[in-house]
Design a protein. Structure first.
Lengths: 189, 189
């Protein structure tokens, strides 16, 4: 039996995207965003939703660029910190002991210590209400060599990303392998 | 040291949204979508990206409604199946042994056996290229009583959702609790 719990923004899983930008003065900033995901395969795009009063929002409109760094479990504290303080009031990279790396492809920095980054150019925005949905074309993905599999793709078990649970307001690791996609369903077909 | 792996649509985690629709004849259909996420807090919105040739895409434009059912681990086979067959050629609910439940709030069905569903009205679409990004306002969320916590919120450990790894093309469970959000970062602040 299902119970109505109202119009809440609860899905599983939601990501922990660490969005990197430069402000007008060139100071690198990061913030955590859980509202987002891949939005198009070609051109490859990733979408993030931000409130208009966010420092990161201003920065993206100004530079038309952002990065999405994917943190690993060991950096859950730094990732969370980036979501509870504004870049208007703090140098979050410095406070968190993280290294801003200047992208050579887009006008935004990424987090050197995190294992993966998507470098993005702003291509579309939609004002949905409290949040504006920003789509960035993924110009390149860069991955630590230590977390690549033999085929040169990131290995989720080495990247050790984590996820956000919006109902319990908590972070969880990735669990066990369940099944091969586009495959296990063939048993029904 | 980071290596460029090209402009790929790889982030962690991506969801496994089971999108429910009715076709013109009133036949209920489902498909799996990994490109999507929450997109706005108020009005509460969820976003899914679909290719224009998808049956589900036609259905959503026609009815201006869809549901997002969240499957649990035990239904990984049915979820995968819904992503590898078109509703043009099959009654996927019947084949997968799932029950279509008519939403009383939006013109779309959801999966009775899955523990959670978001009932959505189409409010915005953006053509990004290969995919069109569709935003639905979340009119209600319904959750199996057996997976609610004492406060009436879904408990991720009872829902047992799973995630899609686009690099390894595989499904993974949710792992261990790591930290409280908007909290663990205070140690840095």
């Amino acid at each position: 039996m299902k119970r109505s719990i109202g119009a809440k923004t609860i899905v599983y899983p939601t990501p922990v995207f660490i969005v990197g930008t430069y402000d007008k003065a060139g100071k690198p900033d990061i913030m955590a965003a859980a509202w987002g995901g891949i939005s198009c395969s070609n051109p490859p795009c990733v979408s993030i939703s931000l409130q208009k009063h966010r420092y990161t929002y201003e920065n993206i409109l100004e530079r038309e660029a952002f990065t999405v760094s994917i943190p690993s479990e060991e950096h859950v504290m730094e990732a969370d910190y980036s979501g509870i303080v504004s870049g208007r009031n703090a140098d979050k990279f410095e406070k968190a002991g993280l290294t801003p790396v200047k992208s050579e492809l887009v006008d935004a920095p990424y987090v050197g210590e995190f294992p993966m980054v998507l470098e993005c150019k702003l291509v579309h925005k939609a004002d949905l209400g409290m949040h504006v949905q920003l789509n960035g074309e993924i110009i390149d993905v860069k991955v630590d060599e230590s977390v690549l599999d033999p085929d040169g793709n990131p290995d989720i078990k080495k990247v050790k990303p984590f996820l956000y649970d919006p109902a319990g307001r908590a972070y969880y690791s990735i669990g066990k392998y369940l099944a091969k996609a586009f495959n296990v369903g063939k048993e029904i077909k």
